[in-house]
Write a protein that binds this ligand. Sequence first.
Ligand code: SF4
Ligand code: SF4
Length: 205
Amino acid sequence: MVEQVQKRVADLCPAGVEDIFETYEAGSAGAKWQAQVLDMFENDIAKEIHRKWQEILLYREKFMCKGCATCCKLACSEFSPEQLKQKAAGGDRFATQFLSVFVPYATREEASEVYPEYLQLLDDTISDEVYFYHCPKLNDCNRCTDYENRPQICRDFPDNPLSILPESCGFYQWRQQVQPVALMLHATLEILNYYRDKIPQSTSS
Ligand code: SF4
Ligand code: SF4
């Protein structure tokens, strides 16, 4: 994928110019090339990534929630409660909704008792620290007691094929099937962001 993006950048390169990350005078061939590349990212590659991502989400509709309630009993986040509060205070919609329903487990052991295999899977897959939460609105019969008012994040779950789902989840197979494509799209987006960050903007047109 890196090679494909590099090739497309090189294909647009005018004669006598070599480095896409160089600072060029406004209006020069180099600056026009940079503008062309950024335009190609925005109006071609990024749109294609978005289209494929939407296809992945559409394909999810072929799978169904099994009502295992793991996503309510054992939500995991890369963010601590304090970090989530800070994000929510800064206007982060996901953090605000997350904190409106989830509370942190007192200890990791407590979380582990809910679904030890899932925690093991997370441990095996993620090297960074993970924080565990649960929702007090879930009753003993694994039913949401505030279903009509549940936030959008509950209605949308799971909407990220890169997140790690427990095997009990009805969308586990969806995630397994689409993950290679999702990883490729994510990697491509990272490459685009790398180029966008490094291409000098002030003289790029
Ligand atoms: S609000 Fe309902 S659906 Fe959302 S996490 Fe809590 S119990 Fe689950
Ligand atoms: S983990 Fe998956 S199957 Fe279980 S309740 Fe959540 S969405 Fe449904």
